[in-house]
Ligand binder design. Sequence first.
Ligand SMILES: Nc1ncnc2c1ncn2[C@@H]1O[C@H](COP(=O)(O)OP(=O)(O)O)[C@@H](O)[C@H]1O
Ligand SMILES: [Mg+2]
Length: 223
Amino acid sequence: MLELYEVKKSFTEPDGGDLPILDIEEFHLDAGEQMALVGRSGCGKSTLLYVVAGISRPDSGKVMVGEWDITLFTEPECDRFRAEQIGYVFQTFNLLPGFSALENVLLGMCFAGGRIDRARARDLLERVGLGHRMTHKPTQLSVGEQQRVAVARALANRPKLLLADEPTANIDSGHQQQVVDMLRERCREENVALIVVTHTPEVARQFDRIDNLEEINRAVVVK
Ligand SMILES: Nc1ncnc2c1ncn2[C@@H]1O[C@H](COP(=O)(O)OP(=O)(O)O)[C@@H](O)[C@H]1O
Ligand SMILES: [Mg+2]
């Protein structure tokens, strides 16, 4: 369901030079497949997720999500496609500060143009252990709790592909397993393809497939 071909992405160095970050010949992920993406800090993991989500455009190459090459979409088409098809757990959460935990999850459904399903939103929050914090706003939640709201929100719109950037980095080990289980179970039940970027060996180890980006990326980023 996800296929990358000859994807290249560079940034401009502060001195104006070209800084190649991604150079990936091929990358495939089947519908419903689950994998961990690992690699040292700075090797391009977040950049790759941004490219896959259409948040950032590659310089060249194809990014096929289902039957669509998202690099051919205009920016509004990309935004629309992402809202409908892709769930994203940002490293920095990106929760809306003026809204409660429950409202943040409901907004995830709203943006996708889907039905507002309160029962599903509540269920997702309960499954990450936040049944008692639904009406709290992000500033009234701990960092780990905010991250768990972000995980629940990413699943709100029933995506086909879920991209999670270090979704357990700020969560204590007790809740870490609960969040990983919830992500994996929900994705299995709903046939959602899942990429989890993680630095935590105990998290990575639970996946049958573990890709190290440094092995598939021909751009040598980390020295
Ligand atoms: N907008 C940018 N301009 C220049 N360099 C960037 C930009 N964004 C990221 N980088 C560089 O790209 C590299 C990969 O970043 P990133 O994908 O965030 O790594 P990871 O998520 O694997 O830690 C880093 O070395 C970072 O400094
Ligand atoms: Mg990152």
